[in-house]
Design a protein around this ligand. Structure first.
Ligand SMILES: [Zn+2]
Length: 440
């Protein structure tokens, strides 16, 4: 069937901002930044106190580096002391549309409000990403992102509506429902966490069912750009797999891969992106790995200036072969600053373990890193994996081979434990890879 809309649509959704020259883009960013900073100084006692004694004069984007970063702990404390949403929630109540808390499971949740205008912008930015993955009006989308309080489900839904897609709003979990609707409507695309994508692939395979999918966009956790994970998702589901990035405090889905699969493009007309040293918080030169610090250029209700995300990335402003000028995080999100494991002088992130585990066809996609700490020191690290049923006869050889490959990748040798298939918890939300406990 020929999709008529496909013929007439331009190469980019909102091409006017996607292919601006870097110079024009940065001018737009500076104007928006100046306005946002002035507005927050005027209307937000939180930022006014934080910026006391600072010159607000921003002549260039780099001048923002003298402003302090904002951490999640600060936001949590601010909202606890000034309920319901802290003194950086500056839009009047009549403008509020919906509430979304952060997804963390511990402590007072940090809440975010989307005003009607914010929701409109979020839908546009997300529609851009879906369009970039190749979705066109009339296409069928299986939305496996959780609906409700979590940001991604709603954002994708609004964007799909805007783009004229037919949405199957299943949300996360409910694997049987996903299978049933796939059989009935043959969706072209799936949006979900990579963990859920792999879980769906496993379920299809177990039941001998065919995937109807041609593309998948995976977010909510890092890992899609990990070559072994991407290969596994693409082969198991018969798709092109794209990476997606967002976080509750800043907004969902504001960075995504393009059809070149060459890193995450950020929606730079709405977000200012910096990379800083995790300890000194000083900006790092382009190309160096550090922590992403993000600023809302257009957010109306709960805007943040210099939010310290804790997510590690390496950015480039080099032009992308796709023609879009918005900067990219190469290889996607490379880890969480707090997931770093320091063991016997070696430092590694779960992504490095994942790459090794998923390069073994005899192992399932699930893994866990158990870290035993004592007196502030890591005493033992065990990588727990699942051997597939057909590999049960050769577990010893498999364990040794895995250990060997992990030693090469991490420059340190963790313990390895092979479990039966299905032992490790499957999650449709964010898989917890590093489990720390105290002990000897
Ligand atoms: Zn591109």
């Amino acid at each position: 069937m020929v999709n008529q809309a496909e013929v007439k649509m331009p190469a980019y959704f909102e091409p006017e901002v996607r292919i601006l020259s870097r110079h024009q883009l940065e001018e737009l960013q500076l104007r928006r930044l100046q306005a946002q900073v002035e507005r927050l100084y005027r209307e937000s006692p939180f930022f006014r106190e934080k910026w006391q004694g600072l010159s607000l004069d921003l002549k260039a984007l780099e001048d923002l580096a003298r402003f302090p970063v904002v951490t999640k702990d600060e936001l949590r404390e601010e909202q606890r002391l000034h309920p319901p949403l802290g003194r950086y929630t500056v839009a009047p109540r009549e403008a509020w549309q919906e509430y979304h808390p952060s997804s963390g499971t511990t402590g007072y949740p940090v809440g975010t409000v989307w005003s009607r205008q914010d929701t409109e912008n979020i839908a546009s930015v997300t529609a851009r990403t879906l369009f970039g993955f190749g979705l066109r009006p009339g296409d069928v989308l299986l939305n496996g992102f959780s609906y409700g309080l979590w940001v991604a489900g709603m954002a994708v839904h609004y964007a799909a509506t805007k783009l004229g897609l037919f949405v199957l709003p299943v949300g996360s979990g409910q694997i049987e429902r996903h299978l049933e609707l796939m059989a009935r409507f043959r969706p072209k695309a799936l949006t979900a966490t990579p963990s859920f994508g792999l879980y769906l692939a496993e379920a299809l395979q177990e039941r001998g069912l065919q995937s109807s999918l041609r593309l998948g966009a995976f977010g909510g956790e890092a890992g899609t750009e990990n070559p072994a994970t991407r290969r596994r998702l693409e082969e198991a589901l018969g798709i092109r797999a794209y990476d997606y990035y967002g976080l509750a405090e800043m907004g969902p889905t504001f960075a995504a891969e393009c059809e070149m699969q060459a890193g995450l493009h950020f929606a730079e007309d709405h977000y200012l992106v910096e990379v800083v040293d995790p300890i000194s918080k000083e900006p790092l030169p382009e190309g160096q790995m550090g922590v992403l610090v993000l600023t809302h250029l257009t957010r109306e209700a709960t805007p943040l200036v210099r939010y310290f995300t804790g997510d590690l990335a390496r950015i480039t402003k080099e032009p992308c072969p796709c023609g879009r000028t918005h900067l990219r995080a190469l290889g996607g999100i490379l880890g969480r600053v707090d997931d770093l494991v320091v063991y016997r002088g070696a430092k590694f992130y779960p992504g490095q373990v994942e790459e090794v585990v998923r390069s073994f066809p005899e192992l399932s996609s699930e893994y866990r890193i158990e870290v035993v700490e004592e007196g502030g020191m890591v005493r033992r690290v065990t990588v727990v994996v699942e051997a597939r049923a057909e590999a049960q006869g050769q577990v010893e050889g498999l364990a040794n081979a895995l250990k060997q490959r992990l030693r090469e990748a991490l420059a340190v040798t963790p313990e390895v434990r092979l479990e039966a298939p299905g032992t490790l918890e499957r999650t449709a939300f964010k898989a917890k890879r590093v489990v720390r406990r105290a002990g000897a």
